[in-house]
Ligand binder design. Structure first.
Ligand code: SF4
Length: 326
């Protein structure tokens, strides 16, 4: 029996290279050994204001990016949350055992309520019970998450304990697996790369657009004012990206040339841009190819939903039986 993992992604627009390196690339490697449920969580995405006409496009974009990253239908199930009705049904059940006070203290609820004062809806509050259902339906051995999701995962573990106490031992508390990839900072060189902070490099940019963005916006060692000043690569975010995309010998050359002021930041960035574009070329080409073959992508989502439904329905039926509502 293969171990099982689960991860979800919101269809909120295309991914950036931080998502690709921190999540997707890892998952592709992990699915060699572990079966993955990769869920496009559209029901989570409707808890904030959104444009209905854009939603289908974004769901498809997320599916394409999963596939272009190298995930394949034979090693995982890529599916849309709303195509598996057991998610919302189990979430309702979990609502019945989750104290409101636990939901109200969630940091993400407070943040989102603060940002969306005109739309503080009930689903924003009960978001974590749906997330618990997303996870527990598939009884995963572990759930890879970013640190910002720790509180939700802890709530899921609490729901497991409450359910088991009330209705008998059934669920197992899922293990949290933090990404081992170092945090990738954004163009500002200060904050984690994030679309909401607008400091990101979208995966779907062309090579020319990537070059323009990095040359114009990527912050370097701010103490290096003139080209003749020696720089410090250890505090330069561009150099931290070299560590991801450039060979060790290139890193060494850039490091030395920076510290003895024999290279300017523009040339150093150009070396990085070439290596970054080389690294991402295959994924970007696959994105273009899947965009031209949407029927295939819809078939993958259909197949993923069939696989997910089979497991999710079984879990839901067993849960209902334990609760006396079958
Ligand atoms: Fe950073 Fe490169 Fe400029 Fe040095 S030369 S400060 S490593 S961009």
């Amino acid at each position: 029996m293969k171990k099982v993992m689960l991860s979800g992604i919101q269809p909120t627009g295309s991914l950036h290279i931080g998502n690709y390196l921190g999540a997707m690339k890892n998952w592709v490697a992990m699915t060699e050994e572990i079966f993955g449920y990769f869920c496009i969580v559209d029901y989570h995405a409707i808890t904030i204001n959104y444009e209905p006409k854009e939603m289908q496009k974004r769901i498809l974009e997320a599916a394409i990016e999963y596939l272009a990253s190298g995930l394949t239908d034979d090693k995982c199930a890529i599916f849309v949350q709303s195509h598996v009705r057991a998610h919302t049904e189990l979430a309702w059940i979990f609502n019945s055992i989750t104290p409101v006070a636990e939901l109200e203290r969630m940091t993400q609820y407070k943040d989102k309520s603060h940002k969306n004062e005109s739309n503080i809806n009930a689903a924003l509050l009960t978001y974590p019970t749906l997330m618990a259902a997303d996870i527990l339906l598939y009884k995963p051995d572990f759930v890879p998450v970013g640190e910002d999701q720790t509180q939700h995962l802890e709530l899921t573990r609490m729901i497991v304990r409450k359910f088991n106490n009330k209705f008998g031992e059934y669920f197992t508390e899922p293990e949290i697996a933090y990404s081992k990839v170092p945090k990738i900072l954004g163009l500002d060189g200060v904050n984690k790369m994030s679309k909401s902070l607008n400091n990101h490099i979208p995966l779907r940019l062309s090579e020319a657009e990537t070059e323009k963005l990095i040359l114009k916006n990527a912050v370097t060692d701010t103490n290096r004012i003139r080209k003749t000043d020696a720089g410090n690569p250890n505090i330069c975010n561009v150099f931290s990206w070299h560590k991801i995309f450039s060979s060790e010998s290139t890193q060494q050359e850039c490091f030395e040339s920076c510290t003895n002021a024999s290279i300017g930041c523009v040339d150093c960035k150009k070396i990085l841009i070439k290596n970054l574009n080389d690294d991402l070329r295959e994924v970007r080409e696959k994105i273009i190819s899947y965009e031209a073959n949407k029927d295939y992508v819809y078939d993958i989502l259909k197949s993923g939903a069939e696989k997910a439904n089979k497991v999710a329905e079984k879990t839901l039926n067993e849960v209902k039986e334990l609760m006396g509502i079958f």
